[in-house]
Design a protein around this ligand. Structure first.
Ligand code: CDP
Length: 225
């Protein structure tokens, strides 16, 4: 593989909501014995913190201050807990309220600056599979392998709906589809590091594909170098 040893490999996986990034990234990380870093969880943690501090999400100044002060930590145990100022927010950051607020928070330059800094610190600790929206374009522009995962809007909404139902949340598929579409639009249209494939990214459309086939393909690409 390229110029790094396997334990220092950097794999960037970007794409819209519900494309299967985190499921795939976790398995690729396991297969190659690398850390998995879920950067979306970090943006969610800041959105959660702002909401629970009763700060208006549209107040860029105040939300940016929260981002400077908040300590976000991802643990690398099998449970992959997310900590926000010492509080376990693993479940809370998946709430629909957070999902609706997160893209607004993620559009703020100072919020991104702070989290990108933390993400690069994570990457400096060793090899990583990092998933998000701007990993290949901005966070790890020198990554050994860049994947842009997509799937049809219908399939992405269905996947997310099943995930939410399985975690006991009673939402309609239309609601999920609408929220997702709005969030993707916000992510693509923002000025700072919008969601887009890196020029050297490999685009994988996962519509109709099984998770194991996508993982096998990425592992193959990683070995190919
Ligand atoms: O898992 P899901 O596709 O729902 O999203 P996520 O990865 O948890 O990311 C939540 C949100 O955080 C995204 O919709 C983006 O607004 C933001 N995000 C970002 O801007 N940049 C990243 N590298 C990762 C997430």
């Amino acid at each position: 593989m390229a110029h790094r040893k396997q334990h220092d490999l950097q794999i960037a996986i970007d794409g819209p909501a519900g494309a299967g990034k985190s499921t795939v990234a976790k398995l690729v990380a396991k297969g190659l014995n690398l850390f998995y870093v879920d950067t979306g969880a970090m943006y969610r943690a800041i959105a959660y913190k702002a909401l629970s501090s009763r700060i208006p999400i549209n107040d860029e100044e105040q939300v940016s201050q929260i981002a400077q002060r908040t300590e976000v930590m991802l643990d690398h145990s099998d449970e992959r807990l997310v900590w926000c100022d010492g509080q376990n927010v693993t479940q809370a950051i998946r709430n629909p309220e957070v999902s609706r607020a997160v893209a607004t928070v993620a559009a703020y330059a100072k919020v991104r600056e702070r989290l990108v800094e933390l993400q690069r610190v994570e990457a400096a600790r060793g090899g990583v599979v990092m998933d998000g929206r701007d990993i290949g374009t901005h966070v790890l522009p020198e990554a050994d392998l860049k994947i842009f995962l997509t799937a049809s809007a219908d399939e992405r909404a269905r996947r997310r709906w099943i995930e939410l139902r399985n975690s006991g949340r009673n939402v309609s598929i239309e609601e999920v589809a609408q929220d997702m579409e709005r969030r993707d639009r916000q992510d693509m249209e923002r000025e700072v590091s919008p969601l887009e494939p890196a020029r050297d990214a490999k685009i994988l459309d996962t519509t109709g594909l099984k998770v194991e086939d996508i993982v096998t393909e990425i592992l193959r690409l990683a070995q190919e170098g």
